[in-house]
Design a protein around this ligand. Structure first.
Ligand SMILES: Nc1nc2c(ncn2[C@@H]2O[C@H](COP(=O)(O)OP(=O)(O)OP(=O)(O)O)[C@@H](O)[C@H]2O)c(=O)[nH]1
Ligand SMILES: [Mg+2]
Length: 363
Protein backbone atom coordinates (compact mmCIF):
# COMPACT_ATOMS: atom_id res chain seq x y z
CA UNK A 1 0.00 0.00 0.00
CA UNK A 2 1.18 3.51 -0.77
CA UNK A 3 0.20 6.21 1.72
CA UNK A 4 1.17 9.78 1.03
CA UNK A 5 -0.99 11.58 3.55
CA UNK A 6 -1.68 10.61 7.11
CA UNK A 7 -3.02 12.12 10.31
CA UNK A 8 -1.28 11.33 13.54
CA UNK A 9 -1.47 12.17 17.20
CA UNK A 10 1.93 12.66 18.78
CA UNK A 11 2.75 12.92 22.44
CA UNK A 12 6.13 13.45 24.04
CA UNK A 13 6.99 11.88 27.40
CA UNK A 14 6.18 13.50 30.73
CA UNK A 15 9.09 14.37 32.97
CA UNK A 16 9.68 12.21 36.04
CA UNK A 17 8.68 13.42 39.50
CA UNK A 18 11.33 14.78 41.87
CA UNK A 19 12.06 12.60 44.88
CA UNK A 20 11.64 13.27 48.59
CA UNK A 21 14.31 11.37 50.47
CA UNK A 22 16.70 11.85 53.38
CA UNK A 23 20.20 10.65 53.79
CA UNK A 24 20.34 7.71 56.20
CA UNK A 25 23.73 6.44 57.05
CA UNK A 26 25.52 5.06 60.05
CA UNK A 27 27.34 7.79 62.00
CA UNK A 28 25.64 10.51 59.94
CA UNK A 29 22.74 11.65 62.04
CA UNK A 30 20.23 13.95 60.34
CA UNK A 31 21.86 13.46 56.95
CA UNK A 32 19.62 16.01 55.25
CA UNK A 33 17.54 15.84 52.09
CA UNK A 34 18.92 13.82 49.18
CA UNK A 35 15.96 13.33 46.82
CA UNK A 36 17.12 13.55 43.18
CA UNK A 37 15.40 15.11 40.17
CA UNK A 38 13.10 13.38 37.74
CA UNK A 39 14.40 12.59 34.26
CA UNK A 40 13.11 14.47 31.24
CA UNK A 41 10.43 12.96 29.04
CA UNK A 42 11.37 11.61 25.63
CA UNK A 43 10.91 13.72 22.49
CA UNK A 44 8.97 12.69 19.43
CA UNK A 45 11.35 13.20 16.53
CA UNK A 46 10.69 12.89 12.80
CA UNK A 47 13.64 11.90 10.69
CA UNK A 48 13.70 12.04 6.91
CA UNK A 49 15.17 8.87 5.45
CA UNK A 50 15.72 8.26 1.76
CA UNK A 51 15.15 4.54 2.24
CA UNK A 52 11.56 5.16 3.31
CA UNK A 53 9.29 5.83 0.36
CA UNK A 54 5.90 6.41 1.92
CA UNK A 55 3.99 6.99 5.13
CA UNK A 56 2.37 3.58 5.44
CA UNK A 57 3.89 2.85 8.87
CA UNK A 58 2.13 5.81 10.37
CA UNK A 59 -1.11 4.83 8.71
CA UNK A 60 -1.11 1.68 10.80
CA UNK A 61 0.26 3.38 13.90
CA UNK A 62 -1.19 6.88 14.05
CA UNK A 63 -0.43 7.35 17.75
CA UNK A 64 3.17 8.24 18.35
CA UNK A 65 4.30 8.32 21.95
CA UNK A 66 7.68 8.81 23.51
CA UNK A 67 8.57 7.36 26.92
CA UNK A 68 8.10 9.22 30.20
CA UNK A 69 11.09 10.22 32.28
CA UNK A 70 11.93 8.16 35.39
CA UNK A 71 11.21 9.52 38.85
CA UNK A 72 14.02 10.89 40.93
CA UNK A 73 15.47 8.68 43.68
CA UNK A 74 17.27 8.90 46.99
CA UNK A 75 21.01 9.50 47.27
CA UNK A 76 20.54 12.43 44.83
CA UNK A 77 20.01 10.05 41.97
CA UNK A 78 18.20 11.53 38.99
CA UNK A 79 15.57 9.55 37.17
CA UNK A 80 16.53 8.24 33.75
CA UNK A 81 15.56 10.31 30.74
CA UNK A 82 12.65 8.97 28.70
CA UNK A 83 13.65 7.39 25.40
CA UNK A 84 13.05 9.56 22.35
CA UNK A 85 10.69 8.15 19.78
CA UNK A 86 12.27 8.51 16.36
CA UNK A 87 9.91 8.09 13.43
CA UNK A 88 11.35 7.70 9.95
CA UNK A 89 9.49 9.45 7.18
CA UNK A 90 10.21 9.80 3.47
CA UNK A 91 12.30 12.70 2.24
CA UNK A 92 9.83 15.35 1.09
CA UNK A 93 7.40 15.04 4.00
CA UNK A 94 5.63 18.26 4.86
CA UNK A 95 4.11 18.52 8.35
CA UNK A 96 1.10 20.57 9.40
CA UNK A 97 -0.20 21.08 12.91
CA UNK A 98 -3.91 20.67 13.39
CA UNK A 99 -6.16 22.71 15.64
CA UNK A 100 -6.00 21.93 19.35
CA UNK A 101 -8.27 19.03 20.17
CA UNK A 102 -9.09 16.75 23.01
CA UNK A 103 -6.53 14.06 23.21
CA UNK A 104 -7.79 10.57 22.52
CA UNK A 105 -8.39 8.54 25.64
CA UNK A 106 -7.57 5.05 24.55
CA UNK A 107 -4.86 3.86 22.24
CA UNK A 108 -7.21 2.36 19.67
CA UNK A 109 -9.13 5.54 19.18
CA UNK A 110 -8.03 7.31 16.04
CA UNK A 111 -7.56 11.04 16.07
CA UNK A 112 -10.36 11.87 13.72
CA UNK A 113 -12.53 14.39 15.52
CA UNK A 114 -12.89 17.74 13.88
CA UNK A 115 -10.03 17.08 11.53
CA UNK A 116 -11.76 17.62 8.23
CA UNK A 117 -9.55 20.58 7.45
CA UNK A 118 -6.53 18.58 8.36
CA UNK A 119 -7.65 15.64 6.31
CA UNK A 120 -8.07 17.84 3.29
CA UNK A 121 -4.65 19.30 3.86
CA UNK A 122 -6.38 22.62 4.12
CA UNK A 123 -3.95 25.04 5.63
CA UNK A 124 -6.65 27.36 6.93
CA UNK A 125 -6.85 25.85 10.36
CA UNK A 126 -3.70 23.77 10.10
CA UNK A 127 -0.40 25.57 10.43
CA UNK A 128 2.70 24.49 8.57
CA UNK A 129 5.35 23.17 10.89
CA UNK A 130 8.23 21.84 8.86
CA UNK A 131 9.33 20.52 5.52
CA UNK A 132 11.72 17.59 5.72
CA UNK A 133 13.29 17.99 2.32
CA UNK A 134 16.78 16.61 2.97
CA UNK A 135 17.88 13.11 3.82
CA UNK A 136 18.67 12.66 7.55
CA UNK A 137 16.99 15.97 8.40
CA UNK A 138 15.40 15.81 11.85
CA UNK A 139 12.62 17.72 13.45
CA UNK A 140 11.42 17.61 17.05
CA UNK A 141 7.68 17.34 16.64
CA UNK A 142 6.89 17.27 20.37
CA UNK A 143 9.34 18.11 23.11
CA UNK A 144 9.43 16.00 26.26
CA UNK A 145 8.57 17.62 29.61
CA UNK A 146 11.34 18.62 32.01
CA UNK A 147 11.86 16.45 35.07
CA UNK A 148 10.64 17.63 38.47
CA UNK A 149 12.97 18.78 41.24
CA UNK A 150 13.85 16.58 44.21
CA UNK A 151 13.74 17.83 47.78
CA UNK A 152 17.49 18.43 47.83
CA UNK A 153 16.78 21.72 46.04
CA UNK A 154 14.50 22.98 48.75
CA UNK A 155 16.76 22.93 51.74
CA UNK A 156 17.57 26.21 53.38
CA UNK A 157 18.90 27.36 56.70
CA UNK A 158 15.35 27.55 57.98
CA UNK A 159 14.06 24.39 56.46
CA UNK A 160 16.56 21.60 56.82
CA UNK A 161 14.17 18.77 56.27
CA UNK A 162 12.09 19.93 53.29
CA UNK A 163 9.36 17.66 52.01
CA UNK A 164 8.75 19.72 48.87
CA UNK A 165 9.34 18.40 45.37
CA UNK A 166 7.89 19.22 41.98
CA UNK A 167 6.10 17.04 39.46
CA UNK A 168 7.59 16.57 36.03
CA UNK A 169 6.18 18.72 33.22
CA UNK A 170 3.85 17.22 30.68
CA UNK A 171 5.31 16.58 27.26
CA UNK A 172 4.02 18.48 24.23
CA UNK A 173 1.32 16.84 22.20
CA UNK A 174 -0.77 17.54 19.16
CA UNK A 175 -2.50 16.41 16.02
CA UNK A 176 -0.49 16.60 12.86
CA UNK A 177 -0.96 15.97 9.19
CA UNK A 178 1.97 14.51 7.32
CA UNK A 179 1.95 14.83 3.60
CA UNK A 180 4.50 13.53 1.14
CA UNK A 181 5.50 15.78 -1.73
CA UNK A 182 7.81 13.74 -3.84
CA UNK A 183 11.13 15.34 -4.52
CA UNK A 184 12.27 14.95 -8.10
CA UNK A 185 14.02 17.19 -10.59
CA UNK A 186 11.43 16.65 -13.27
CA UNK A 187 7.90 15.30 -13.39
CA UNK A 188 5.91 13.66 -16.17
CA UNK A 189 2.49 15.19 -16.67
CA UNK A 190 0.03 13.71 -19.12
CA UNK A 191 -3.26 12.05 -19.84
CA UNK A 192 -3.69 8.41 -18.89
CA UNK A 193 -2.15 6.04 -21.46
CA UNK A 194 0.08 8.73 -22.96
CA UNK A 195 3.03 6.48 -22.25
CA UNK A 196 4.60 8.17 -19.21
CA UNK A 197 5.45 4.94 -17.44
CA UNK A 198 6.77 3.35 -20.61
CA UNK A 199 9.10 6.33 -21.06
CA UNK A 200 10.30 6.15 -17.46
CA UNK A 201 11.16 2.49 -17.95
CA UNK A 202 13.19 3.37 -21.03
CA UNK A 203 15.21 6.16 -19.46
CA UNK A 204 15.75 4.82 -15.95
CA UNK A 205 15.96 1.60 -13.99
CA UNK A 206 12.55 2.24 -12.43
CA UNK A 207 9.95 -0.38 -13.29
CA UNK A 208 6.50 1.23 -13.14
CA UNK A 209 3.67 -0.92 -14.44
CA UNK A 210 2.67 -0.32 -18.06
CA UNK A 211 -0.69 -1.35 -19.45
CA UNK A 212 -3.19 -0.39 -22.15
CA UNK A 213 -5.80 0.89 -19.74
CA UNK A 214 -6.01 4.32 -18.11
CA UNK A 215 -4.84 4.92 -14.53
CA UNK A 216 -2.33 2.11 -14.56
CA UNK A 217 -0.06 4.19 -12.38
CA UNK A 218 -1.73 4.69 -9.03
CA UNK A 219 0.98 6.46 -7.12
CA UNK A 220 4.09 8.43 -7.97
CA UNK A 221 7.21 6.52 -8.86
CA UNK A 222 10.60 8.15 -9.01
CA UNK A 223 13.26 6.99 -11.43
CA UNK A 224 16.90 8.00 -11.48
CA UNK A 225 18.57 8.77 -14.79
CA UNK A 226 22.32 8.67 -15.04
CA UNK A 227 23.89 10.96 -17.59
CA UNK A 228 27.48 10.82 -18.82
CA UNK A 229 29.89 12.57 -16.46
CA UNK A 230 28.24 11.42 -13.24
CA UNK A 231 25.38 13.84 -13.65
CA UNK A 232 22.05 12.43 -12.61
CA UNK A 233 18.46 13.52 -12.33
CA UNK A 234 15.34 12.15 -10.73
CA UNK A 235 12.08 11.95 -12.65
CA UNK A 236 8.66 11.39 -11.10
CA UNK A 237 5.98 9.50 -12.99
CA UNK A 238 2.64 10.53 -11.58
CA UNK A 239 -0.80 9.13 -12.34
CA UNK A 240 -2.53 10.43 -15.44
CA UNK A 241 -4.52 13.66 -15.35
CA UNK A 242 -7.89 14.24 -16.92
CA UNK A 243 -9.95 17.37 -17.42
CA UNK A 244 -11.15 18.55 -14.05
CA UNK A 245 -8.21 16.97 -12.22
CA UNK A 246 -7.71 20.16 -10.23
CA UNK A 247 -11.25 19.67 -8.88
CA UNK A 248 -10.46 16.12 -7.90
CA UNK A 249 -11.66 14.23 -10.99
CA UNK A 250 -9.80 11.06 -11.83
CA UNK A 251 -6.77 10.46 -9.67
CA UNK A 252 -5.13 13.71 -10.59
CA UNK A 253 -6.02 15.96 -7.75
CA UNK A 254 -4.46 13.87 -5.04
CA UNK A 255 -1.25 13.50 -6.94
CA UNK A 256 -0.72 16.92 -8.42
CA UNK A 257 1.03 17.97 -5.24
CA UNK A 258 3.81 15.56 -6.09
CA UNK A 259 4.84 17.74 -8.99
CA UNK A 260 4.81 20.91 -6.92
CA UNK A 261 8.50 20.43 -6.19
CA UNK A 262 9.68 19.49 -9.66
CA UNK A 263 11.87 22.11 -11.29
CA UNK A 264 10.98 20.97 -14.77
CA UNK A 265 7.60 19.72 -15.96
CA UNK A 266 7.57 17.34 -18.90
CA UNK A 267 4.23 17.19 -20.68
CA UNK A 268 3.82 13.80 -22.32
CA UNK A 269 1.36 13.79 -25.22
CA UNK A 270 -0.15 10.98 -27.23
CA UNK A 271 0.82 12.77 -30.44
CA UNK A 272 -1.02 10.25 -32.61
CA UNK A 273 -4.27 11.07 -30.86
CA UNK A 274 -4.80 7.32 -30.68
CA UNK A 275 -7.67 7.68 -28.22
CA UNK A 276 -9.57 10.20 -30.32
CA UNK A 277 -8.28 13.35 -28.65
CA UNK A 278 -6.37 16.14 -30.31
CA UNK A 279 -2.81 16.57 -28.96
CA UNK A 280 -2.88 20.37 -29.27
CA UNK A 281 -5.99 20.48 -27.12
CA UNK A 282 -4.47 17.92 -24.76
CA UNK A 283 -1.54 20.22 -24.14
CA UNK A 284 -3.77 23.23 -23.58
CA UNK A 285 -5.98 21.28 -21.19
CA UNK A 286 -3.04 19.93 -19.23
CA UNK A 287 -1.54 23.40 -18.92
CA UNK A 288 -4.88 24.70 -17.72
CA UNK A 289 -5.34 21.94 -15.15
CA UNK A 290 -2.00 22.53 -13.48
CA UNK A 291 -2.56 26.28 -13.54
CA UNK A 292 -5.95 25.89 -11.85
CA UNK A 293 -4.40 23.60 -9.26
CA UNK A 294 -1.51 25.92 -8.43
CA UNK A 295 -0.77 28.98 -10.52
CA UNK A 296 2.94 28.88 -9.65
CA UNK A 297 3.17 25.59 -11.55
CA UNK A 298 2.50 27.22 -14.89
CA UNK A 299 5.58 29.40 -14.58
CA UNK A 300 7.87 26.40 -14.13
CA UNK A 301 10.34 25.40 -16.81
CA UNK A 302 8.68 22.90 -19.12
CA UNK A 303 8.88 21.10 -22.44
CA UNK A 304 6.84 18.57 -24.38
CA UNK A 305 7.40 14.94 -25.29
CA UNK A 306 5.41 13.91 -28.36
CA UNK A 307 5.09 10.19 -27.75
CA UNK A 308 3.66 7.40 -29.93
CA UNK A 309 5.38 8.71 -33.05
CA UNK A 310 5.13 5.19 -34.50
CA UNK A 311 1.35 5.40 -34.89
CA UNK A 312 -0.48 6.78 -37.94
CA UNK A 313 -1.30 10.48 -37.88
CA UNK A 314 1.58 11.29 -35.53
CA UNK A 315 3.72 13.17 -38.05
CA UNK A 316 0.89 15.47 -39.14
CA UNK A 317 -0.12 16.16 -35.55
CA UNK A 318 3.48 16.92 -34.61
CA UNK A 319 3.64 19.46 -37.43
CA UNK A 320 0.41 21.07 -36.27
CA UNK A 321 1.71 21.28 -32.72
CA UNK A 322 4.97 22.88 -33.84
CA UNK A 323 3.07 25.44 -35.92
CA UNK A 324 0.80 26.25 -33.05
CA UNK A 325 3.67 26.64 -30.55
CA UNK A 326 6.71 27.63 -32.64
CA UNK A 327 8.97 28.41 -29.67
CA UNK A 328 8.17 25.31 -27.69
CA UNK A 329 10.76 22.58 -27.20
CA UNK A 330 9.19 19.33 -28.45
CA UNK A 331 10.94 15.97 -28.26
CA UNK A 332 9.35 13.34 -30.54
CA UNK A 333 9.61 9.79 -29.18
CA UNK A 334 8.24 6.35 -29.59
CA UNK A 335 8.56 4.71 -26.23
CA UNK A 336 7.28 1.46 -27.71
CA UNK A 337 10.03 1.35 -30.35
CA UNK A 338 12.72 3.00 -28.24
CA UNK A 339 13.06 5.93 -30.62
CA UNK A 340 13.94 9.43 -29.49
CA UNK A 341 14.91 8.18 -26.05
CA UNK A 342 18.43 9.61 -26.26
CA UNK A 343 17.00 12.98 -27.30
CA UNK A 344 14.69 12.91 -24.29
CA UNK A 345 17.59 12.06 -21.99
CA UNK A 346 19.58 14.90 -23.48
CA UNK A 347 16.71 17.35 -23.02
CA UNK A 348 16.31 16.24 -19.41
CA UNK A 349 20.05 16.53 -18.78
CA UNK A 350 20.20 20.10 -20.05
CA UNK A 351 16.96 21.31 -18.52
CA UNK A 352 17.51 19.82 -15.07
CA UNK A 353 21.13 21.00 -15.00
CA UNK A 354 20.07 24.63 -15.22
CA UNK A 355 20.83 26.30 -11.94
CA UNK A 356 17.36 27.28 -10.92
CA UNK A 357 16.24 27.90 -7.40
CA UNK A 358 15.24 24.60 -5.91
CA UNK A 359 11.54 24.67 -5.45
CA UNK A 360 10.36 24.01 -1.96
CA UNK A 361 6.82 23.07 -1.21
CA UNK A 362 4.53 26.06 -1.29
CA UNK A 363 3.69 25.95 2.41
N1 LIG B 1 2.20 2.49 -30.16
C1 LIG B 1 2.74 2.95 -29.03
N2 LIG B 1 2.23 2.59 -27.86
C2 LIG B 1 2.76 3.08 -26.74
C3 LIG B 1 3.87 3.98 -26.75
N3 LIG B 1 4.18 4.30 -25.50
C4 LIG B 1 3.33 3.64 -24.70
N4 LIG B 1 2.47 2.90 -25.44
C5 LIG B 1 1.39 2.05 -24.94
O1 LIG B 1 0.39 2.84 -24.33
C6 LIG B 1 -0.18 2.17 -23.24
C7 LIG B 1 -0.12 3.02 -21.98
O2 LIG B 1 1.24 3.18 -21.59
P1 LIG B 1 1.64 3.60 -20.12
O3 LIG B 1 3.13 3.81 -20.12
O4 LIG B 1 1.09 2.65 -19.12
O5 LIG B 1 0.88 4.98 -20.01
P2 LIG B 1 0.81 5.99 -18.76
O6 LIG B 1 0.88 7.35 -19.34
O7 LIG B 1 1.82 5.62 -17.76
O8 LIG B 1 -0.67 5.69 -18.26
P3 LIG B 1 -1.30 5.88 -16.78
O9 LIG B 1 -0.35 5.25 -15.82
O10 LIG B 1 -2.59 5.14 -16.89
O11 LIG B 1 -1.47 7.32 -16.59
C8 LIG B 1 0.55 0.85 -23.10
O12 LIG B 1 -0.20 -0.15 -23.72
C9 LIG B 1 1.85 1.10 -23.85
O13 LIG B 1 2.36 -0.08 -24.39
C10 LIG B 1 4.39 4.34 -28.04
O14 LIG B 1 5.35 5.10 -28.18
N5 LIG B 1 3.79 3.79 -29.14
MG1 LIG C 1 1.60 5.03 -15.86
Amino acid sequence: MFVDRVKVFAQAGTGGRGSVSFRREKFVPRGGPDGGDGGRGGNVILQADRHVDNLVNLFYEPLIKAKNGGHGMGKKMSGRAGLDKIVKVPVGTVVWRGPQEERPTSSNEHPTTNSEQLANGNPKSATPVTDLARDRQEFVLCRGGAGGKGNVHFKSSRNRAPRQYTEGEEGEQGHFLLELRTIADAGFVGYPNAGKSTLLRKISAARPKVAAYPFTTLHPIVGVIEFPGYQRATIADIPGLIDGAHRGLGLGHDFLRHITRCRVLVFVLDIAGSEGRNPVEDLQNLRREIDLYDSTLSSRAWFVVANKMDLPGATENLKALQERFPKLQIVPTSAAKGEGIDDLKHALATRTAQPEESVSAAI
